[in-house]
Design a protein around this ligand. Sequence first.
Ligand code: PEP
Ligand code: MG
Length: 751
Amino acid sequence: MLTQLREIVEKVASAPNLIEALDQLVVSTCRAMKTDCCSVYIADHERQQFTLMATQGLTKPHYQIQLAFGEGLVGLVGNRAEPINVADARHHPHFKHFPGIGEESFGSFFGTPIIHQRQVLGVLVIQQRQRREFDESEESFMVTLAAQLAVILAHAKAQGMWPDQRDGLHLIGSAASTGVAVARAWWDDNQPRLEQVSPASCLDLEAEQERLSIAIELASAEFRRLRKRFDSELHKETLAIFDLFSHLLNDPMLRKDLFAKIAAGDQAEWAIRQVVEAYSDRFANMKDDYLKERAQDIRELGQRLLFFLHNDDVAEHQWDEPVVLLTRELTAAMLASIPRDKLAAVVAQEGAANSHAAILSRALGLPAIMGVDFVPEKVHNCKVIVDGYRGDFLVNPNRHVLAEYNRLLKEEDELTKTVEEELGKASYTQDNQRIHIHLNAGLSADTSIAVNQGVDGVGLYRTEVPFLLQRSFPSEEEQTVQYRAILSTYRDKQVVMRTLDVGGDKPLPYLAIEEDNPFLGWRGIRFTLDHPEIFLIQVRAMLKASIGLENMDILLPMISGIAELDESKVLIERAFVEVAKYAEEQGKELKRPRIGIMIEVPSILYQLSALKGKVDFISVGSNDLTQYLLAVDRNNSRVASVYDALHPAVLHAMKHIIDTSRGLNIPVSVCGELAGDPIGALLLVGMGYRSLSMNTRNVARIKYILRHISVSEMEQLSRFALQATFADDVRAQTTEFVDERGLGGFIRAGK
Ligand code: PEP
Ligand code: MG
């Protein structure tokens, strides 16, 4: 049976289009099941109906067989979202007769839904003349087949081959950089690919070597130019890629190998393909993960060389208006090749929200979606919508959707203008209560003067970012320089520096850790306590960086019990004594930092009173707290709908934390995403929080919304939220309130 199943699925998956795939399916299923009839119905959710798409056994009618959702036995299967096994279909109350298809000659009916991510995509039916119920093994074969088909059909749907896609294509990817764009899509088919190059020889060796030399020269010049262009806009770490390209281009071995191939009679293109593939294979087979990843960079470099063999000038394409750049894999060079004001957004087929390119897009403030399964030829030059908040990519949207997004864009623009003047002001509620707004830094370029003048400090500096972008652990000196830079940017304000929080979804490229459950594994403080040498170097670097500035607090991530806190404090004290001596030698004094912990592992909620006298402050990490309270992986798109920081359990936890910490007199702030979400911010202030830390782009909006609502109103909202049973009710109620106050535009970004 398994072999038969596999054969059917393989045939269906390799068919050139949906219609042929479904034709294959019904024929093969009839054969495998030895049944008289097999049919497949596809759901059209917009019209709320099923359409017969393929059949083996029924007479194909001259009209389309369509059943409304709930109509006939097929509709019943769809509505119940479970299989139905009927011995005598004709006498079933749901049987619907269609003239001329010969269905009356069949007795038995077995229909099973094809479901993908809770949505019924279609119904698969087998029928037999004989009146009998299908047995258990037949049932399980069909259910298994339908489950496997669901993945194939979902893919077909993503490719735009679905009957209900009259109004354009709706594709979904990972939201890599927030923002919305409406523009024409542009697929750059001018980029040569290594795999397109075929073996070819050349006659004039000298001319061929000259071609290659010029291409290498042009590529080097391009990388120097791009590095310069990005230098003022980006963090140093993100520029490393251009340095790597230049370094590779100057590698004598690589050059020697390339020219040797030409000397042996190969055409330059073919020489590049052979040498670059050999190098990239060598890297791909290396043990070290960081070096492994460089295999792709080498291929990219080879492709740039191919490009310059045919384009001896970087004649920049002229765009009249901003475009949405479509690409297989987004690269830094590609981003730099289009002027920023001509780039509305990017959509990549490959890559994830944490890739180098995603970090670059965020640094440039460019909406981006990655991992989108689109067909370039079908999307190029089409009008598209990129929703970088949700990861939605809409191709040729209908005019209603387009109007809605245009309205949102306009609203976003207006909101940005309205709130801009908030940036420089201190944050107060409508009834003049002061709310401290801090910045979450470390993930993007947060040194913008406009923002940092208007915040009360940095509430969370994620120190792991430089660690993630380097090839090995940064030295104490390198770290000191980096931390000093951020502490001096916020010279007269407090900066909360979190010690290394790697593990989970942030594996270090140079430290391979294999774990079944990384989020429950060797993460955050668990890792650094097991590696005191790494912890001590980091804390010493932080302390050294703070000499003379005296504006640093230390925050410990992932604390699950008091022992971890005590052990960390022993190490911090050791580092303090060492650095104090170092400072003294230089005639300076080291100020003792305040020490706090993240509240993000649920166990610590029940040990808050044990923190009294041991910590100077606490900071609530609602991202992980939600993940661990709801037992839902925050990065797994399959369970993304379960992850909800407005879940009443999370809200009760937040309330417990503020009430308890106030009773204990421990200063508390929130640095998870909830604090920068308009609904979240209102509820948190309503619960009693007076200090919120958020991403740069939320600062002005949150200040604006708080300025227009009073604390007593927020208290009322939070009282309701804490009585609610469902997160959706909390969302609906708060949204309604905000809408009534004319502030509805702020709630758009969803949960
Ligand atoms: C959190 O968990 O809420 C938090 C702020 O930390 P991170 O997102 O870096 O895990
Ligand atoms: Mg966290």
